[in-house]
Design a protein around this ligand. Structure first.
Ligand code: ADP
Ligand code: GLC
Length: 464
């Protein structure tokens, strides 16, 4: 099959979150499974200099022979960030990503080899399936082309004022409440859901959740209508990139059989975080975007209780000013107990995964989550809320003894969080048992090879 990935961020070229990890890893696995892959993304400033392919795009290669095309437009993509600056989205995001979708289709025609599947990701690519209905409906180049639309995060929908609809360049009739309109506005996530041949999301549990009023972000009805053409496929982790046995960011390496180096990493983490070096105190780590989704409101309301426990905490993240300020204040007021690194930093991220005993992720919702999988791989036991992809990857030591690899909050509340931390400390204090738990966590696998099987089924279903 000839498959094109179209996404607004792709590793190793540009990343703000897990979308980039997925769009960097999955195409390579599909290539390994014998398919022909292309990737198309915007030519952002941070991509660096790449050889030109034509007036429309530059090009590079990843994996064995996956061509990555970067859509050019200096005014739209030559900016310092991907989506916005100073906590504000760029005001012309509709135009930027509509341009990206249109140029992607034209580029495919320039390349000249018809494709079977265009796999779109999140709202930035939601227009693309619409374009195939107008103006490309009768274009012979796309007769065999089907579209798959993956929802990575339903909360970010690409909603714009109706006055901007004309800039999309599609039939005015699509602006109705069964298609691109959403409460009088343009909704590009909805467009992708309605117009694609198949919708996927990034975990089975999230696929169920988004069809309910509680988690559907207003699109539950639209999603329910597409039932039967929606599936949740659990993200995998790139176990070569995330491997404490061979990790260019951390030294020394360690394995499930020989975890001694974890102590060294804890000390390093304490040092770089300005925390007192205490090899025996349990450290709770966090790495992620600082936004509502990741549960900092619960962390804040639980904080008084948390600092009464014999623990240290290290958080790494960037994001909303509100949460940056909150975490900085907590760190100022609790020196020696809580440290925060407000930045995007691969190096520190690896150090947090390697040096933490536990990994705290009390997300309000979580489509899949990669950080808990990374934490498991590095032997940092996850403490997670019982939502979304967490329920497909973290199994509670107590309620699911057989598979147990972490702790799941019994309720989304201060008492639920503190109870989980207390249970975690109980395990930590049983040294021998805890080492076995860590070894088990490190051996858990959520592979891309497994996900690929399901994606191929979806692609085949589209074509049948
Ligand atoms: P989301 O996509 O919601 O942001 P995921 O758990 O799917 O969450 O993926 C987050 C990815 O981004 C992980 O690879 C994580 O290590 C990385 N990451 C997030 N914040 C930072 C940061 N401040 N520094 C380094 N890596 C980060
Ligand atoms: C989104 C979600 C996250 C998921 C990632 C990759 O950003 O918030 O849960 O892991 O996409 O699919």
């Amino acid at each position: 099959m000839r498959i094109v990935f179209v996404a607004s961020e792709v590793l190793p070229f540009a990343k703000t979150g897990g979308l980039a990890d997925v769009c960097g890893a999955l195409p390579l696995e599909l290539e390994a499974a014998g398919h022909e892959l292309l990737i198309i993304m915007p030519y952002y400033k941070e991509v660096g200099t790449k050889p030109s392919f034509n007036d429309r795009a530059c090009v590079d290669t990843v994996g064995k022979g996956v061509k990555v095309y970067f859509i050019k437009n200096k005014a739209f993509f030559g900016r310092s960030s991907l989506y916005g600056e100073n906590m504000n989205d760029y005001p012309d995001n509709l135009e930027r990503f509509a341009f990206f979708c249109r140029e992607t289709l034209e580029l495919l025609k320039d390349i000249g080899q018809p494709v079977d599947i265009i796999h779109c990701h999140d709202w930035q690519t939601g227009l693309l399936p619409v374009l195939l209905k107008d103006p490309y409906l009768n274009d012979p180049f796309f007769v065999q082309t089907k579209t798959v639309f993956t929802i990575h995060n339903l909360a970010y929908q690409g909603v714009f004022p109706k006055e901007e609809y004309a800039k999309l360049g599609v039939d005015a009739r699509f602006f109705n409440d069964g298609q691109v309109e959403f409460y009088g506005k343009v909704n590009l996530m909805k467009a992708g859901i309605v117009f694609s041949d198949y919708v996927t999301t990034v975990s089975p549990q999230y696929a169920k959740e988004i069809q309910t009023k509680e988690w559907g972000c207003g699109l539950e009805g639209v999603l329910q209508e597409r039932k039967g053409r929606i599936v949740g496929i659990l993200n995998g982790l790139d176990y070569e990139r995330w491997d404490p046995g061979h990790d260019g960011f951390i030294d020394p390496s360690y394995t499930p059989q020989d975890q001694l180096a974890k102590k060294i990493h804890k000390v390093k983490l304490q040092k770089i975080s300005g925390l007192p070096v205490m090899s025996d105190i349990p450290v709770l780590g966090f790495v992620g975007r600082l936004c509502y989704q990741k549960g900092f409101d619960l962390v804040a309301s639980s904080f008084e209780g948390l600092v009464q426990r014999p623990i240290q905490m290290v958080f790494l993240g960037v994001g909303e000013k509100k949460y940056q300020d909150l975490l900085k204040k907590l760190a100022r007021n609790n020196p020696g107990r809580f440290a925060v690194h407000v930045k995007y930093d691969e190096d520190i991220a690896h150090q947090v995964y390697a040096g933490s005993d536990f990994f705290l992720m009390p997300s309000v919702y979580e489509p899949c989550g990669l950080t808990q999988m990374i934490a498991l791989r590095y032997g940092a036991i996850p403490i997670v809320s019982g939502v979304g992809g967490f329920l497909d990857t973290v199994f509670d030591f107590v309620s699911n003894k057989k598979q147990g690899n972490g702790l799941v909050l019994p309720s989304y509340s201060v008492s639920g969080l503190l109870e989980s931390v207390d249970r975690a400390l109980g395990f930590y204090n049983q040294k021998d048992k805890f080492a076995v738990m860590i070894a088990h966590a490190m051996n858990c696998r959520f592979t891309w090879a497994e996900a690929v099987k399901h994606y191929i089924e979806v692609y085949n279903e589209c074509r049948s």
